[in-house]
Design a protein around this ligand. Structure first.
Ligand code: GTP
Ligand code: MG
Length: 1123
């Protein structure tokens, strides 16, 4: 029976000091949802008996069948402690890596976290990840050691062994937090060049002092005696803290509670003669207090109830503990039921966990100023750079003020799909007395009227109803009563979105008008001009980020249900209706436009598995498009896009995530049958320095081996030497010399890690070139300086030939931010580098942007199989015009730009990068050509226009800008092809826990799929091995399934994208020497993995494939029986 009412919760919501917003975090299957069940049962929402079995928070059908949580969901619980009542807003999160984005959405809304660790499995990769998430969001964690029953029943440990085991795991957890703490200090103390500045020395000193400080230690480390560790078995319903036993034994032994609290965990024992607590249990071979007073008692209960099944002994224990167990439970055949009844009553897990939550975790009032500033400063802005009105909002934040004058500030972390019929207003509720009477009367009346006339019910729209009514009145003969049931012409969608949000300040009310602030909203721009407020995201312009909406509904999350609210004050987690057209995934809502956009959520997983979708029946395309839109809104991690080929594609984090997305589309959002392509895995193309060994692992001595591809270029006039080509435009008027070099790995990695920074740099550079306001913020320029110096260092480490190249970087690509570099080594062309565009007034040659455009396209699709290029440096060494008065040099803004294009240009670049849509050659040509024409109009001296033969040539070969682009693309490709080319494959890092008996099978599965094992250590204090391996993503489909099958479900892998790896096989290699023939056979292509992948991609893309279709041609003949 439910013990709390919605009214009670409303009342509790008004007292922020007694509110706790918490989430449960852990590795997959460590028992989060089981623990949540126990907490939910404490409020009578589910029965104690069903707790642990129901998994109430897993409301989706597939969550129940698969047994894993896939989304985060919230519930509000009332908790009584001492004389006080508290409101605990609890969020259960998923542990599977594929859904780690759901963890990010949960962590953002909370002030504290309950980190659960399975004591058998110990610290797992996701335990690391969630502790890191909590750390990054500045929220305080407490620790729950779960599944202690497994130590007794499965591992058959005795209490002392269990104690040592727990100590080891606690150390492991603290090691992780310590690591997080020290890396933060290091980041704070080391300056850009790696030397410590005076200021940072002072800082580091401060931090060490703080680390010694007990309070700080409380926040960083877990320790039972500090009261932030709970020992539990969520499934059996019991849990305790040291505190609980300290209280009991201080009375029994007459020892002070404080003393016991400090000594119950650790190397202390009780001297039975002196009745004093002494140190050094281990050295004196004594039982530690934790074993003697706590574990042995628990072990005794398990022993008598579950192992020996000794009814007499059990009765004795029940009596001595003064418990009241129902006779039904005591007589139950299943000892586990008996055990759960006894243990649950003796050491209630919900009591233990909720007490620690209330005591240890902060209320919304205790939000630190640091955290507020971190939340408010998005896009690398500093808090002090905000206008005064914005800075003042911090006070409202910190005070968590709920009065009517306080500004409303909310953060929506995800959009939560709810079936319309599940909304409270559409839910069936018990009828009142008056309603029942009314219905009874109606039925009686209908019965009596039944035979007097016939009744036709027609479903109409409201206009038609009026006409029909008129008709009915004039009808004679039999009495016809036409009842019209009006139907709305626009059908309402079956799924609505409720925003999953936290209110930080003010009170949000139903019907209130609020602003939705987009992620790029900058309050400092509001002051400068008037802001336009849109009605929905769709009608916003490129530089507009604000829309307004009316709060249509307010909800309180109650697990599987929603409760209607009229208003909700600051400090709570809530659901808001009416935001569907305003927020796609997450966003900031406020009553004032001076509120800045909150910082973006931190996501761990990167989407990598992409599939193309199409409806089974072509006519249902509209449903699919609508369904994809809903899926995109409902899932924080999925990416939905339309490729340039016209395919509808979704990119997901992994196989389980993909399956869930497809199920959602089929059953919920699109409601149609779908065809999904087999997963498309991206590749990268690169070049390498000539390899030192050949395919049979022998050292190559003099000349590098020539492959079929490099031989192709032997007589090519354009190829000057390996990696260097000289190429002319179609009209033979421009000559460009391009060299391709493999970029040092460290540089490529740096570029990849700093994509966002490069995006910002590009944005500022464009704005500057087109004469817009482009003041680089201090933090951004500092970060750019840091990146530049790291790049110089990485280049310098590679040798002399790379010195000073950073200053010559012309562009990055593809999409202007990729891991490839275009260098300017053209003699006499002193163009400012990407870093200097802001500061210098440098001059650009005409068609400068065409060179960049060509480079962008060459790097977007490489020659192997049109996949993006990675880690290549293209150097333009010569750029000359023949018989023309070019190059004309001018500022880019004056020469080849059109201010009108600026805005479109920036957005198109952003759009293309966000949607992964490539720019087609036509687009670039058109773009550059338009600019050129505009430049021509302004400038009558343009030689080309006056030059009649040139004009003709232009007609013949197309616009000159286009010719340069094509020329650069062809040059880059050719230069690339003359070097040893390699394919790069995406790699997963794979963590698997397995016992020694299934280890062999596990290695076999990994080996078959080209996985390589990095680590395979036995876990300290357990029987399990922790295997870390890398596995190509392309080989990973069905991997989890086959591991589970081969190991009878004993091992299950967690896969996370880790890096790109060069596949060390030349796709164009064919055996030439005797030995190679011997090794690989004549048709070595069957062994050549790289070629297989390349051909598969080319086939998929409809490109030409060099493959023999008929291997052994034989004349066909009809075989008849007679021959
Ligand atoms: N023996 C034992 N089993 C437990 C305990 N707690 C949970 N389990 C079992 O562990 C399995 C996973 O439990 P869940 O609560 O679904 O785990 P979870 O952390 O929510 O898993 P995800 O949400 O998928 O990450 C279930 O089979 C539970 O019955 C426990 O205290 N003891
Ligand atoms: Mg769960």
């Amino acid at each position: 029976m439910r013990t709390t009412t919605a009214e009670k919760l409303v009342q509790l919501q008004r007292n922020p000091s007694n509110i706790r917003n918490i989430c449960i975090l852990a590795h997959v299957d460590h028992g989060k949802t089981t623990l949540a069940d126990a907490l939910v049962a404490s409020n009578g929402i589910i029965s104690q008996r069903m707790a642990g079995k129901l998994r109430y928070m897993d409301s989706r059908e597939d969550e129940q069948t698969r047994g894993i949580t896939m989304k985060s969901s919230a519930i509000s619980l009332a908790v009584q402690k001492d004389a006080q009542e508290y409101l605990v807003n609890l969020i259960d999160s998923p542990g599977h890596v594929d859904f780690s984005s759901e963890v990010s959405t949960a962590v953002r809304l909370c002030d504290g976290a309950v980190v659960v660790v399975d004591v058998v499995e110990g610290v797992c990769p996701q335990t690391h990840a969630v502790l890191r998430q909590a750390w990054l969001e500045n929220i305080k964690p407490i620790l729950v050691f779960n599944k202690l029953d497994r130590l007794i029943m499965e591992l058959k440990m005795d209490p002392l062994e269990a104690f040592f085991h727990l100590q080891v795991i606690l150390e492991q957890v603290n090691l992780v937090t310590n690591e997080l703490f020290t890396t933060e200090i290091m980041a704070k103390t080391s300056s850009a060049d790696g030397t410590e500045s005076e200021e940072s020395k002072a800082l580091s000193h401060d931090w060490t002092i703080q680390a010694d400080d007990e309070e700080e230690e409380r926040n960083i480390f877990f320790s039972p005696y500090q009261g932030n560790v709970v020992f539990a078995s969520a499934y059996d319903g019991w849990g305790f803290t040291i505190n609980h036993f300290a209280e009991i034994f201080s009375k029994k032994l007459g020892i002070k509670k404080e003393v016991l609290q400090k000594t119950l965990w650790g190397d202390f024992y009780l001297n039975s003669k002196t009745k004093r607590i002494m140190k050094g249990a281990q050295s004196k071979v004594k039982k530690p207090l934790f074993v003697q007073f706590i574990l042995e008692n628990i072990w005794a209960v398990y022993e008598s109830v579950s192992v020996k099944r000794d009814a007499e002994m059990t009765d004795k224990i029940v009596k001595s503990l003064d418990l009241k167990i129902s006779p039904r439970d005591m007589r139950h055949n299943d000892p586990r039921v008996k055990l759960q009844a006894i243990m649950g009553q003796w050491l209630s897990v919900s009591r233990a966990v909720l007490d620690v939550v209330v005591d240890e975790l902060p209320s919304p009032l205790e939000i630190s100023e640091d955290r507020v500033e971190k939340l408010m400063c998005s896009q690398g802005q500093s808090f002090l750079s905000f206008p005064k009105a914005t800075q003042e909002l911090k006070d409202a934040f910190v005070a968590c003020s709920t009065n009517d004058h306080s500004p409303v500030i909310l953060f929506v972390s995800k959009m939560f799909p709810v079936e319309r019929k599940m909304l409270p207003q559409f839910k069936q509720r018990p009828l009142s007395e008056a309603e029942i009477q009314q219905r009874r009367d109606k039925t009686t009346r209908r019965m009596s009227d039944k035979f007097s006339y016939c009744c036709i019910i027609i479903v109409t729209t409201s206009q038609e109803a009026a006409v029909l009514d008129e008709g009915a009145k004039s009808a004679n003969g039999i009495s016809v009563d036409i009842k019209t049931v009006s139907k709305d012409t626009t059908e309402e969608p079956p799924t609505v979105f409720v925003a999953f949000a936290r209110i930080y300040s003010g009170t949000v009310k139903k019907g209130q008008k609020l602003f939705v602030l987009g992620p790029k909203h900058d309050p400092s721009q509001v002051e400068e001009g008037t802001v336009r407020v849109g009605q929905s995201v769709v009608d916003l312009g490129a530089q507009e980020h604000i829309t307004a909406f009316n709060v249509s509904d307010l909800f309180l999350f109650m697990g599987r249900e929603l409760e209607h609210m009229e208003e909700i004050p600051a400090g709570n987690i809530l659901g808001i209706g009416g935001l569907e057209d305003h927020i796609l995934k997450s966003g900031t809502v406020s009553s004032t436009v001076m509120c800045p956009a909150f910082t973006d959520l931190y996501f761990d997983a990167s989407p990598i598995v992409r599939v193309a979708l199409e409806p089974k029946h072509a006519g249902e395309m509209g449903h699919l498009v609508r369904g994809l839109k809903l899926l995109n809104q409902a899932d924080p991690c999925v990416q939905v896009l339309v490729q340039e080929t016209g395919e509808h594609v979704i990119i997901t984090a992994g196989e389980v995530h993909l399956q869930r997305c497809l199920d959602d589309l089929r059953q919920r959002y699109a409601n149609i049958e779908l065809h999904a392509s087999s997963p498309i895995v991206p590749f990268r193309e690169t070049i390498i320095n000539p390899p030192k060994t050949d395919m049979v692992n022998e050292i190559i001595q003099d000349q590098p081996i020539k492959t079929a591809k490099t031989k192709e270029f032997e007589d090519d006039e354009e190829v000057i030497e390996t990696g260097l080509v000289e190429i002319y435009t179609a009209n033979q008027k421009c000559c460009i010399r391009i060299r391709a070099l493999p970029l040092p790995e460290a540089v490529t990695n740096l570029l990849e890690e700093n994509v966002n920074l490069l995006k910002t740099l590009h944005r500022f550079n464009r704005a500057k070139v087109y004469g817009q306001n482009s003041d680089v913020k201090d933090t951004v320029s500092e970060a750019l300086g840091h990146l530049k110096s790291s790049l110089s260092k990485a280049f310098a480490d590679e040798g002399k030939s790379w010195t000073d190249v950073v200053e010559k970087i012309w562009a990055f690509g593809p999409k202007r931010v990729g891991p490839n570099v275009l260098l300017n080594q053209v003699e006499g062309y002193d163009r400012p580098s990407v870093w200097d565009i802001q500061s210098s007034e440098g001059l650009f040659r005409d068609f400068d942007s065409s060179i960049v455009g060509g480079f962008q396209m060459a790097t977007l699709a490489g020659p192997l199989c049109e996949e993006p290029v990675r880690g290549v440096c293209f150097v333009i060494e010569k750029w000359e015009y023949i018989d023309m008065s070019y190059p004309r040099i001018a500022k880019l803004s004056e020469s080849d730009s059109d201010p009108k294009l600026v805005e479109e240009d920036i957005t198109s670049v952003e759009l293309s990068s966000s949607l992964e849509k490539s720019v087609t050659i036509e687009e670039v040509e058109k773009d550059v050509d338009e600019k050129c024409r505009d430049g021509d109009k302004d400038d009558d001296n343009c030689e080309e226009e006056k030059d009649i033969p040139n004009l003709q040539r232009r007609k013949e070969y197309g616009p000159f800008s286009g010719q340069i682009i094509s020329c650069v693309i062809a040059g880059c490709r050719k230069a690339f092809q003359t070097r040893p080319q390699r394919l790069m494959v995406a790699m997963y890092k794979c963590n698997i826990q397995a016992t020694s008996d299934v280890l062999g099978k596990l290695y076999a599965v990994l080996g078959k799929r080209n996985g390589s094992i990095l680590e395979g250590d036995m876990k300290e204090g357990s029987q399990t091995f922790n295997v870390v391996a890398t596995l190509p993503v392309i080989e990973s489909f069905g991997f989890a399934e086959s591991i589970r099958k081969k190991t009878s479900g004993l091992a299950s892998p967690q896969l996370v994208f880790s890096h790109w790896q060069v596949l060390d096989v030349d796709p164009f290699w064919v055996p030439t020497t005797e030995e190679e023939y011997l090794h690989f056979g004549e048709k070595a292509d069957s062994e050549n993995k790289a070629l297989q992948y390349v051909n598969a991609v080319r086939k998929r893309k409809g490109l030409k494939v060099d493959e023999k279709i008929v291997e052994h041609a034989e004349k066909q003949r009809t075989l008849t029986r007679n021959k």
